[in-house]
Design a protein. Structure first.
Length: 319
């Protein structure tokens, strides 16, 4: 760590001699180094300067390492009515719901908590290859919208689902739920995007932001080998405080934070730390990494319970 010249935080505006860190690209195996600073006031870790050639770091090879294109399959009537049963059966006692927990994917329980149902209008902003939207479609959701500036597939406009290439300038409607699923860390101007999305949120709607956390045990333990750093593609890695400040600046408030350690983040970070500047560890499958992490799961649940995990979901509502 070195002390730089005076720099202004892009989230809270603090001007100070913030601590600087050097991060190394690992996922694509280029091992290029990039400078970041961590704001002394809000704790947000941010790249400085933002590279002018970011597009070259989002090659098809990068996309294929982390994403697969979804496919528009037929809706399953069984899953549709199963989802309807969960979302509309009311607030049962937790003990009576627990026996059903394994029948339903985690996102349905989250939607139930938020009051989202199959007719709710849902926007997945930065939908990637739309795997989640296609999954929602198969579970009977009927008002799905996807928007991504890097969408590479054919645009889709069918009953129940619209997916287009583009950004927030194309938005016209208001939504019950807006998803930013590992998107905000990639944005050059996250506050500008949050402000626009807030204007397209219904009064009782929610913006669900899933993102890495810099104030986490993984960041402190693994440092430059932390899997969620992902330089230079992750431009802003938020702390809880910096997310709350960003939300407030955009007319939003953090209603809830749900912590998440992921399925294989720990073993991926271990892999990067044990194989510095080596291509040998990069070929291990996600399935194998998840298997290797299982012995750590009890410890990682404890990390989640104390709010020190690698990722979190932020529930943002209009302030």
């Amino acid at each position: 760590m070195i002390l730089p010249n005076i720099t202004k935080c892009r989230i809270c505006g603090c001007e100070a001699s913030h601590p600087v860190y050097i991060a190394q690209e690992t996922i694509m195996g280029s091992f290029e180094r990039f400078g970041y600073f961590k704001c002394l006031e809000c704790g947000c870790l941010q790249i400085d300067p933002i590279p002018t050639d970011l597009a070259r770091h989002y090659s098809a090879n990068y996309q294929s390492k982390i994403l697969e294109f979804g496919t528009l399959a037929k809706k399953s009537l069984f899953k549709k009515y199963l989802a309807w049963f969960l979302l509309f059966m009311g607030n049962k006692k937790e003990s009576s719901l627990e026996i059903l927990r394994k029948l339903f994917p985690g996102f349905l329980w989250q939607f139930k908590e938020l009051g989202i149902h199959q007719h709710s209008k849902i926007l997945d902003y930065g939908c990637g290859k739309a795997q989640f939207l296609f999954r929602l479609y198969s579970w009977g959701f009927e008002n799905l919208y996807g928007l991504d500036p890097y969408w590479q597939g054919p645009e889709i406009e069918t009953k129940g689902m619209v997916i287009k290439k583009g950004d927030y300038s194309q938005l016209r409607d208001q939504f019950d739920l807006i998803l930013l699923n590992h998107v905000i860390e990639h944005l050059e101007k996250p506050l500008d995007v949050l402000k626009i999305l807030r204007d397209h949120l219904k009064e009782n709607g929610v913006i669900l932001v899933n993102t890495p956390l810099v104030d986490s045990y993984g960041w402190r333990k693994f440092g430059n080998a932390w899997a969620m750093w992902d330089p230079p593609r992750h431009l802003h890695i938020f702390s809880v405080k910096s997310m709350a400040l960003a939300a407030k600046k955009c007319g939003l408030k953090v209603e809830k934070v749900k912590y998440d350690s992921g399925k294989n983040l720990w073993t991926t970070s271990q892999l990067f730390s044990m194989n510095p500047e080596s291509q040998s560890g990069l070929a291990i499958s996600q399935k194998e990494l998840t298997k290797r992490q299982k012995p750590m799961n009890k410890f990682l649940r404890m990390i989640e319970a104390i709010g020190d995990s690698d990722m979190a979901s932020f529930y943002l509502r209009i302030n």
